[in-house]
Write a protein that binds this ligand. Structure first.
Ligand code: NAD
Ligand code: TYD
Length: 353
């Protein structure tokens, strides 16, 4: 079968990547979608079992920090579009071990840029390197206002510094070599398939198991939450309609203090688990704050709303309820992720490939 386009999606076995891969595989049967992922602790092919056998989907186990693997991948497929999501993504892990973040987020991104530049040398028409970034590169809002595309970079954690570094390289390759690139910076995502080290799935899992709910500091920090499928829709739109060289901020316009969010989640869980109202809240446990904890993120997404017509479609209550229901009905997924069982799953599935 011949395909109209060949798209590389890196990090497609992770949380956001799996939603993007599913969307592209289903919506664009004429595209060949190649998911390249190292399958770190955060990468899980169980996220994609429903589309794994589709004719227009391929999985390639690839470490983007390994130049040889990246070159081999670009020799094997004639990519005309790249959506780069592979990254180390957890702030707490970056505080513990920044090195992996430099390697994957900065060096890995540069390896992909070099591979794209070399593959597309002389022909950049209808080619696009789309880099997925975060609002955290802008730093911490200590008062009011929101991040715009013009807000100066001021990353505060090793994670956000590594993402900022990768964004700078992507722009530098556009400016210096004319590589067609686009970047989007999104706020906090939530939804099915998120690794339970991040706030919302961690709290759902702990509430379910009657374990303490570790709220950092006083729980005063504010995040702007967006349902993951709304992010995937924005990525689809930017990939097809975004202007090369531009940056787009994506956000939910949905700011929550952590403590209010955790209490809200407790109330949903009480109802779902038929617990007496207020019982789960008693599990809240204020713990030592994250070092250098950014106080507030908020995104001004008027550019993507006005120029590309995107807006979030899932309201927070509905999205959280869907997310809670997904985690409560996918206990095996959660168990496998927590126990490392999905590594065995991968070995079984790909032993003969
Ligand atoms: P995730 O941690 O769930 O998934 C990351 C994926 O990248 C995993 O499948 C992992 O196996 C893969 N990966 C890691 N190192 C790799 C390497 N060296 N080579 C190949 N693959 C590798 O992350 P996520 O939350 O889905 O985030 C995806 C992207 O979106 C990241 O670039 C992140 O910075 C960005 N982002 C995330 C959020 C959020 O709220 N989660 C918000 C804005 C932007
Ligand atoms: P997280 O999901 O790690 O995303 P990020 O740090 O990238 O915003 O954390 C979201 C917020 O929740 C952040 O302010 C830190 C806080 N938090 C807790 O209070 N307790 C936790 O156990 C975790 C994981 C996060």
């Amino acid at each position: 079968m011949s395909f109209s386009r060949t798209i590389l999606i890196t990090g497609g076995a992770g949380f956001i990547g799996s939603h993007v891969v599913r969307r592209f595989v289903r919506k664009y049967p004429s595209y060949l979608v190649v998911n390249a992922d190292k399958l770190t602790y955060a990468g899980n092919l169980e996220n994609l079992t429903d589309i794994a056998d589709r004719e227009n989907y391929r999985f390639e186990k690839t470490d983007i920090t390994d130049k040889k693997s990246v070159s081999a991948l670009f020799r094997k497929y004639p990519f005309d579009g790249i959506i780069h999501l592979a990254a180390e993504s957890h702030v707490d892990r970056s505080i513990d071990n920044p090195d992996d973040f430099v390697m994957t987020n900065v060096a890995g991104t540069v390896n992909l840029l070099n591979a794209a530049l070399s593959a597309w040398s002389g022909n950049t028409e209808n080619r696009l390197f789309y880099h997925i970034s975060t609002d955290e590169v802008y730093g911490s809002l200590e008062g009011g206002g929101a991040f715009t595309e013009q807000t100066p970079y001021d990353p505060k954690s090793p994670y956000s510094a590594s993402k900022a570094g990768s964004d700078h390289f992507v722009r530098a390759y556009h400016n210096t070599y004319g590589l067609p690139v686009v970047i989007s910076n999104c706020s906090n995502n939530y939804g099915p398939n998120q690794f339970p080290e991040k706030l919302i799935p961690l709290m759902i899992n702990n509430i379910k198991n009657n374990k303490p709910l570790p709220v950092y500091g006083k729980g005063e920090n504010v995040r702007d939450w967006l349902y993951v499928e709304d992010h995937a829709a924005a990525i689809d739109l930017i990939f097809h309609k975004g202007k090369p060289g531009e940056t787009y901020n994506i956000g939910g316009g949905n700011e929550w203090k952590n403590i209010d969010l955790v209490k809200f989640l407790c109330r949903i869980m009480d109802r779902r688990l038929n617990r007496e109202e207020g019982i789960s809240e008693k599990l809240i446990n204020f713990v030592r704050d994250r070092p250098g904890h950014d106080l507030r993120y908020a995104i001004d997404s008027s550019k993507i709303r006005n120029t590309l017509g995107w807006k979030p479609t899932v309201n927070f209550e509905e999205g959280l309820e869907k997310t809670v229901d997904w985690y409560l009905s996918n206990t095996q997924w959660l168990q496998n992720v927590i126990s490392g069982e999905y590594v065995k799953y991968y070995e079984k599935m790909y032993r003969n490939r």
